[in-house]
Design a protein around this ligand. Structure first.
Ligand SMILES: Nc1ncnc2c1ncn2[C@@H]1O[C@H](COP(=O)(O)OP(=O)(O)O)[C@@H](O)[C@H]1O
Ligand SMILES: [Mg+2]
Length: 468
């Protein structure tokens, strides 16, 4: 049977058709979301190469569509799926991703022609949408004829295949690697939903960063498999954390297993963990609705401790590596300035820089360098520096400003003397402590006074003591 089908539209259409996607890859994800909503277990995406310019194919093994569904629901633009059929999918009770009833058009952003072919209940139906016709009839979409056909299908399977052809060469071609990165964020940890791009399953390895996989046997829970990536780069995981899977089924939301309360790990670093931990045959510590874990159960605590300690080692390695990389880059920038400092100050400066790096971990490098510069300014320039600089400059000028700048020197002197006095008083308190201590020997007292003869009076202040 062959006929022409038509869109049914409501008034929000014009606005909705203007929906924009950040990239071809993000647009393609809409079609994967549709497969999710159709309770598919697998989606296979085939990307053509730029050179062959073949079609993009997105095939799923979900519920497919019957002819009435395709003509009714699929072509019913801008109708909210959750209003139509609730916010959980029919079979697998997944949270529905569909919202506005326009996801299907994402394919048409990339392609001139979209063919939808669906198998359900022993029949196959197909529909072709031509972008050019849509654009030409923007104001009357309902009038656009869409070639539709239906035929019996003798296998028991179901599913939907979207074929996108006449790809728009002015747009960025979807790139497999980038598409995997987009998809792994949301689907990388789903147990019953596998997404394949050109035959290879999207997995945690697709999160750019360092991936680790460990297998252990614990006394209570038995076999435990931990698999995580510490993400790198600007795009961090959308919902970071580690999901717990018991018998392949996810329990609750991603968790941090106590790492978020660990003072030794910067918070920002913890947010880069993306992973899953799998155990089997034990659901004692899972609430009846599988919505969360019973945290005070012995088994869960064992899992928590295991995950926390293994991931912590990984995080510490990353931290140390990041810090030393950052330090090396920072050092390169400020090395010259460091070299100019006298030895004892240089050490102090190094410590200050380490503190800055720890404190501003993962801030932009530009920002860290600026803070380091300011810190170095403070270390380099003692109080006299600015005044002497000014005196030096005015020494070539008129006498009165020369004299004025010399006056500034006195003011600095006064404030330094005040500061020195306060510190000397503090020193005397400590000296008192030393002298009053029963265990202090003469040689200790001598050591303390060796370079501090100012204690005995002004005229001794530049001398130094010897053994006699
Ligand atoms: N791959 C698919 N398998 C089965 N049904 C689909 C598929 N893609 C789309 N549909 C049907 O078409 C409808 C419209 O899809 P879409 O335009 O993405 O809007 P939304 O997902 O917001 O409902 C969906 O709600 C669903 O009923
Ligand atoms: Mg959708």
């Amino acid at each position: 049977m062959s006929q022409n089908a038509h869109f049914s539209v409501n008034t929000r259409l014009t606005r909705l058709l203007g929906e924009t996607y950040r990239s071809s890859e993000v647009a393609l994800k809409e079609l994967v979301d549709n497969a999710w909503d159709a309770d598919a277990n697998n989606v296979w995406i085939t990307l053509p190469t730029m050179i062959t310019g073949e079609a993009i194919i997105v095939k799923d093994d979900g519920s497919g569509m019957t002819a009435p569904e395709m003509l009714g629901e699929y072509l019913n633009i801008a109708s909210d799926k959750r209003v139509r059929s609730g916010d959980r999918t029919a079979k697998l009770k997944r949270k529905v991703k569909g919202r506005k009833g326009i996801g299907k058009f994402a394919g048409l952003i990339l392609a001139g022609r979209m063919e939808i072919s669906a198998i359900a209940r022993g029949r196959i139906c197909s529909l072709t949408i031509d972008k050019k016709e849509l654009i030409e009839n923007q104001n009357d979409l309902e009038a656009v004829p869409l070639p539709f056909s239906e035929a019996p299908f003798d296998q028991a399977e179901s599913g939907t295949t979207i074929t996108l052809s006449q790809l728009d060469t002015r747009l960025n071609f979807p790139v497999s690697e980038r598409l995997r990165e987009v998809l792994v964020q949301e689907y990388g940890r789903e147990a019953d939903f596998n997404v394949f791009v050109d035959g290879i399953r999207v997995s945690l390895e697709d999160v750019p960063g360092t991936t680790k996989r460990t297998e252990h046997k614990l006394p209570i829970v038995g076999d435990i498999n931990l698999h995580f990536t510490i993400a790198e780069g600007k795009k961090l995981p959308k919902s970071p954390g580690i999901v717990l899977k018991v018998d392949g089924k996810v329990v609750g939301k991603p968790m941090f297993f106590g790492l978020d309360d660990d003072d030794e790990i910067p918070e920002k670093l913890v947010k880069r963990v993306y992973g899953e931990v799998e155990i089997s045959g034990l659901d004692d510590f899972v609430t009846a609705d599988w919505g969360s874990v019973i945290e005070n159960s012995k088994a869960y605590q064992e899992v928590q401790e295991h995950v926390r300690s293994v991931v912590k080692v990984g995080l510490q390695e990353t931290h140390v590596r990041d810090m030393s990389l950052q330090k090396a880059r920072l050092k390169k920038q400020i090395d010259q300035r460091l070299q100019k400092l006298p030895e004892h100050r240089r050490q102090y400066a190094q410590e200050a820089l380490n503190r800055i790096l720890r404190r501003f971990y993962m801030e932009s490098e530009e920002r860290i360098a600026t803070i380091a510069d300011v810190a170095l300014d403070a270390i380099e320039h003692d109080a006299y520096w600015a005044v002497l600089d000014r005196i030096g400059q005015s020494s070539h000028g008129d006498i009165s400003s020369f004299a004025e700048s010399l006056e500034q020197f006195g003011l600095v002197e006064l404030s330094t003397i005040a500061a020195q006095t306060a510190r000397r008083l503090q020193f005397l308190d400590y000296l008192d402590q030393l002298v009053n201590n029963q265990q202090t020997l003469e040689k200790d007292a001598h050591k303390a006074l060796e370079t501090n003869l100012w204690v005995l009076g002004r005229k001794y202040s530049t001398m130094s003591s010897n053994n006699t």
